[in-house]
Structure formats: C-alpha cells, structure tokens
Write a protein that binds this ligand. Structure first.
Ligand SMILES: Cc1ncc(COP(=O)(O)O)c(C=O)c1O
Length: 383
C-alpha cells in the first residue's frame, strides 16, 4: 500500500498520529464505562467531557449542544426523523435537495412512506441550492429544511448562511449535513445560522464510527430514535464510545489549528493537479463550482473514458468514481444528474480528494499515471 498515492479524502481520511496517540490510553488502560461511578468510569467520563469541549470549540458552541453518535449517517437520521416525529403536531413538510447524500435522501424517502410531505429542490449546474427556491417551497406545514454544507462528490459549497436566514425568517428549523465542510470551512454554527448540524470524525483525520449532532440550545431537540439508557440526555442512549469520542475531540482540535495555520496549501496542490491535467489532456470538464468548492476537491469528466475502466487502470493512485456501481449496472451519480451533466459524460467522472498529507511530488506522479491511462483508453475506443 505504501507506493499507492491516496487521493480519496472525501471518502475517508487517515487517522492523524496525534489523534491515535490521544486515543490509545482509552483503548487500553483507561477502558472504563463513562457511566460508571468508580475511578475507571470517572476517568472515561472526564475524557468524554474534554472531547465534548474540543468539538464545541471548533463549532463555536457550548459543550451541552453536542450529542455524540456513531457517525454522520446516524446524525442525519436523528436530525431528520427525530425532528419530524417531535414536530409532527406543527406540520409534516420537510424540504431538502436532489444533490444530498443518501443518508438524507433515503431518510426523507422513508418519512414520505410514513405520510410526511417531502420536497426535493433542484440544484444549479454547479450543485448549489437557491435560497429563493427554499423560500418559495416553505408552506405553513414546513417543519424542517436540510441542505448540505459542501457536496461530497463535487465539493460545491451551498450558500447556507443565506438559506439559514430564509428558514429563520419563516420560523422553520434548518439542519445541515456539514460533514465535508466542518474543519475545512468556517465552522462556527451560530455564525452559519444552522439549528442542527451533522459531523463525523473520519473526514477530519479521526477514527471511523464516531460523529456528533450539533443541536443549537435555543432550538428544538430531536426525539431519540433508540430506547435504552439515559446517555446523551436520553437523545442518544447507548454506552459511549470513549476512545472514538476522544479521537473526535482530538481531530477537531487539530482541524481548528490546521485551519488557522496550514490553510490554502491543499487548494494550491489541487489547482496544480487540475492545471497539469488540462495541459496534457483535452476534453476534460470540471464538475462543481470553480471557486465555491472544497479546497481538496477536483471532480473531472474525462470524455470518452468510462470511470470504472479509468479507475481499474490506475495502479498507483487511489481515487473514486463519481458514479455508484453495482454488480449489474453502472449508474451515473445522482449529484451529476441533478446538476444537468449529460448521462454519457457523467459516467466518465473521477473524483480526486486531496488532503492534508498530499505532496507536490505525489501530484506529479498522479498526473503522469492519469495521462497515460486516459490516452491508452482513448486510443482503444472506437472512433
Ligand atoms: C455528505 C456526507 N454525509 C454523510 C456521510 C456519512 O457519514 P458516516 O460515514 O459517518 O456515516 C458522508 C460520508 O460519506 C458524507 O460525505
């Protein structure tokens, strides 16, 4: 694996050495249950509260506003279903967009099957939701709006402060799946104006299987989806994943430092990769917004080169396709389709996700390998 270059940081990130170091004692000697009253439990509970403060520090909120979960899929479910159930006396309408992650889309589909009304707003050619469309879609029945901070496929950043202002004006709650934005983009929840936000550790150099839901103090708490002990104020019962929580806290603290000091280096590498590919190859198309985009995201269509063949040809580079494959068929990404990318072109998309540990030398190797593979596959294609 050592000679494979990892450029798939939107899928997951490696654990930072500092994060692993912080977690180790809680996987070994400090193994207590944070709910126990003896010293093993107190040690674990103290670590959980320290981590809660570290997360809160990154989000510019108070520690009481953080609920630990198993990751963003659970946070999204808790936010959408938990709010839908608790607010159903007020109304039954939820608004989201067609370019959301399946953790949101499929949760909304499930609620629709239970009788809730759901509206899926279109996105523009860059993948952005229009605040005007949000305003036009709000009815007296609307209880919740949910729009992602930044798209996980094309990196496009939604105008979430403007959307938040529209939701607030109409007294409607606003949830954001902020997984890809938190720790990379401004992350102060109050300044963004969101009422609820989902995050996950494994996108910010922390461990998998741990995340959180931010629930603003003045807002509505979601109803718990689980029955069990009273952990996390009863909103998310279950024995706390102490080592994971410590890892999430450390990852948040590190991200905050990195945002302040190391900022634009990832975007510079990403732009170098883009420029060098453009110089060597023609018929390349950028997906997503050219500026309002995550610093490490480069999603390109390589016309005429099917993405699954492209990926199979790359032996030294780990990247992703923009399309979801199953054993029977290859489907174009729902995000690219929502953005109006023609189906045949959407099937040629490749997502490069650069991260904190990538280097300029790696960019050169990736360019070399991609150019060779694309030229070879184009040469084989029938005219
Ligand atoms: C935008 C977005 N939402 C939700 C998720 C799900 O996160 P998790 O893997 O923590 O369940 C992901 C991860 O792929 C994501 O990118």
């Amino acid at each position: 694996m050592n000679d494979i270059i990892y450029m798939d940081n939107h899928a997951t990130t490696p654990i930072a050495p500092e994060v692993l170091e912080a977690m180790m004692p809680y996987l070994t000697t400090h193994f207590g249950n944070a709910a126990s009253t003896h010293p093993f439990g107190v040690k674990a509970a103290d670590a959980v509260e320290k981590a809660r403060h570290q997360v809160a520090e990154l989000l510019g909120c108070s520690a009481e506003e953080i609920i630990f979960t198993s990751g963003a899929t659970e946070s999204d479910n808790l936010a959408i279903r938990g709010i839908a159930y608790v607010c159903q006396e007020k109304g039954n309408h939820i608004i989201t967009s067609t370019a959301e992650h399946h953790a949101i889309l499929d949760t909304c589909h499930a609620l629709a099957a239970e009788g809730f009304e759901t509206t899926y707003l279109p996105v523009d050619n860059y993948g952005r939701v229009s605040p005007d469309d949000v305003e036009a879609a709000i009815t007296s029945e609307t209880i919740l709006t949910s729009f992602m901070y930044a798209n996980n496929e094309v990196g496009t950043i939604n105008p979430i402060t403007d959307i938040a202002a529209v939701a607030a004006k109409h007294g409607v709650l606003f949830h954001s799946d902020a997984v890809q934005g938190i720790g990379q983009l401004p992350s102060n929840m109050e300044m963004l104006g969101v009422d609820l936000a989902s995050l996950t550790a494994h996108k910010i150099y922390g461990p998998k299987g741990i995340g959180a839901l931010y629930v603003g103090g003045k807002g509505q708490h979601p109803r718990s989806l689980f029955y069990g002990g009273g952990q996390e104020a009863g909103i998310r019962p279950g024995t706390l994943n102490v080592a994971g929580i410590v890892g999430l806290g450390a990852a948040c603290e590190l991200s905050k430092k990195y945002m302040e000091t190391g900022k634009s280096s990832v975007a510079i590498l990403r732009d170098t990769l883009h420029r060098k590919l453009m110089v060597s190859l023609d018929n390349l198309y950028l997906n997503g917004h050219p500026e309002q985009r995550l610093p490490g995201n480069l999603n390109l269509c390589f016309a005429g080169v099917q993405s699954h063949a492209h990926l199979a040809g790359l032996k030294r580079v780990a990247v992703s396709t923009g399309s979801a494959c199953d054993s029977e068929s290859v489907k174009a990404s729902h995000v690219l389709v929502a953005m109006g990318v023609p189906n045949a072109l959407a099937l040629t998309a490749v997502r490069f996700g650069l991260g904190r540990y990538n280097t300029g030398e790696e960019v050169d190797i990736v360019v070399d390998e991609v150019v060779k593979v694309v030229n070879r596959l184009r040469a084989l294609a029938p005219e």
